[in-house]
Design a protein around this ligand. Structure first.
Ligand code: UD1
Length: 436
């Protein structure tokens, strides 16, 4: 199967300004939430990335009318939705398709959805999502009731419930919130995830008439409503992870970059670590400038990923690249995912000195990255390899680059505008798998 690679000739210091696009993880939740609305609506600041294109196709396959007003604006009419089933192959292309379980259960009291796909970093169970639906009265939510990869849920009626999550889960929190919006009575989600995109999905739903309180805290309280009005325009928040990736790209090239259209408080976990390492990170109102002062040494540090406001796991691979270039030994502890260091052998091909032990990576600086041909093992791993290639003197190829395009809008033109030498080239891999 044909694919493509990013060809990067590194060594240039990045400089200038780059604008961050809308949040991938927020818009995917919002598109699912839009499927519950009882009127037309407009979504702005929608990122032009392949995961969104898949989600839009999925929503269309349910019967929703979606018109692209421009590359970042969608006009959505969900009133034409005529099915509660989504079982085709599109569902297994992305992780966020699981949000259709909560959305369609809320809308119809029924949902039949194929198990989702997404990046492969170990076991990615959905037991917490199913537990929440079960507590809300849905039948078919027990693991042994999943048949041929399809989750068949039905509730008569769907009712509010007290839901305690023993693990903080972004997806389960959003899914429970979606279903609860239209359930009878009150729902309380305890030990909820607090990521910025949870708040964005809640703000979107509230703008439609939902009654959600406490999104962004440990406890979310929702009172179900029978009707979600449409007729409004909502703008998606900026992408925290894209912004963090450009912060790292600026730093590893010794550059001076101002990243605009972001929310600086969302970046604090990364900004604080970068400052600790010796980088200068200056917050503006909706921008961050990253550079290194003349003569400043960059020292390594220890990082542990955790649910928000902890250090985002989706910035873990990029941050390991940063640690590679710092003085001393750094440690990365991956606390969210069981197996998220698959990219390390690729980084080692570029000269990185990293030892992985279970959920820890011990990173020996100071690496001088060398160019290599490496595989983007998943979306954020691919972004990390791009950062390493930008720092390596010489030409590298990042293959399976379509994985990067799942979450990074126009990465080639954005990096070029900062002075990087990057282009998309054809690349054929006989062992190419289908993306999940
Ligand atoms: C979302 C993000 C992903 C990010 C992750 C953590 C989307 C589309 N994806 O994934 O990029 O890496 O948050 O910030 O938004 N868990 C269970 N049972 C469940 C659900 C989760 O045990 O039912 C565990 C997972 O194995 C993991 C942890 O909870 O160890 C966190 O997962 P979760 O927050 O649910 O991740 P996703 O929502 O899938």
């Amino acid at each position: 199967m044909n694919n493509y690679a990013y060809k990067i000739t590194g060594g240039n210091r990045l400089s200038g300004e780059v604008e961050i696009s809308g949040s991938k993880n927020a818009v995917l939740g919002i598109l699912a939430a839009a499927m519950m609305v009882d009127g037309p609506l407009t979504l702005e600041n929608v990122p032009d990335i392949s995961d969104v294109r898949v989600m839009v196709e999925l929503c269309r396959s349910l019967g929703a009318e979606i018109e692209e007003i421009d590359v970042h604006t969608l006009k959505i009419d969900p009133r034409t939705i005529c099915t509660y089933k989504a079982s085709g192959s599109l569902v297994s292309k992305i992780r966020a398709s699981y949000y259709l379980m909560g959305a369609l259960l809320g809308r119809f009291g029924k949902a039949a959805i194929r198990l989702p796909g997404g990046c492969n970093f170990g076991d990615r169970p959905i037991d917490l999502h199913l537990k929440a639906f079960q507590l809300m009265g849905a039948k078919g939510a027990r693991p042994n009731e999943i048949e041929a990869g399809i989750v068949n849920l039905s509730a008569n009626p769907l009712h509010g419930a007290k839901i305690y999550f023993d693990i903080v889960s972004v997806g389960a929190t959003i899914n429970a919130m979606l279903a609860a919006c239209k359930a009878d009575g009150r729902t309380e989600i305890i030990n909820a995830a607090k990521e910025p995109h949870i708040v964005d999905v809640a703000n979107f739903l509230n703008a439609m008439g939902a009654r959600i309180k406490g999104a962004g805290t440990d406890t979310i309280k929702i009172t179900g409503v029978p009707f979600l009005k449409g007729d409004f325009t909502y703008s998606v928040i900026p992408d925290q992870i894209e912004a963090g990736t450009y912060m790292v790209a600026a730093a590893v090239t010794g550059g001076d970059v101002t990243i605009t259209n972001l929310i600086p408080t969302h970046m604090e976990p990364l900004s604080a670590k970068m400052r600790e390492m010796g980088y200068t990170v200056e917050d503006g109102d909706d921008s961050i400038r990253v550079y290194k002062q003349e003569g400043e040494e960059i020292y390594s540090t220890n990082v542990k990923t955790a649910p928000y406001p902890g250090f985002p796991t989706d910035l873990q691979p990029q941050t390991v690249v940063l640690l590679c270039l710092a003085d001393g030994m750094g440690r990365m502890h991956e606390n969210v995912w069981q197996s998220r260091f698959q990219y390390v052998p690729e980084l080692q091909k570029m000269g990185a000195n990293i030892n992985v032990f279970e959920r820890h990576a011990l990173v020996n600086g100071i690496t001088r990255f060398k160019p290599a041909t490496v595989v983007a093992t998943d979306l954020r791993a691919g972004a990390a390899l791009v950062c390493a290639a930008l720092a390596a003197e010489g030409t590298s190829y990042i293959t399976h680059a379509s994985r990067i395009d799942r979450g990074y809008e126009h990465i080639v033109s954005k990096l070029r505008s900062l002075g990087a030498e990057i282009e998309r080239v054809d690349y054929e891999d006989p062992n190419e798998d289908t993306e999940a």
